[in-house]
Write a protein of this length. Structure first.
Length: 72
């Protein structure tokens, strides 16, 4: 199981609450994008059918996924 599924395995997603929190609905996906740490990093989370299908953090400076979060 990947870290995203492990963190949210007991979660139940409610579309109205996702939209109120700031996620955008694009086709069948709910997408959340957030800059953080003085805009040096960006998190992108994609939820589809109550499952986090993707959760990645990008280093803005080099526009690559920040992989140390996946090591563990």
């Amino acid at each position: 199981m990947n870290i995203e599924k492990e963190m949210f395995k007991k979660s139940h997603f409610e579309p109205d609450k996702l939209l109120a929190f700031g996620l955008k609905k694009i086709q069948n996906d709910y997408i959340y994008e957030k800059l953080f740490l003085d805009n040096n990093f960006k998190a992108i989370i994609i939820i589809n059918n109550d499952i986090i299908t993707s959760a990645k953090v990008y280093d803005i400076e080099n526009n690559k996924e920040y992989l140390p979060l996946k090591i563990g």
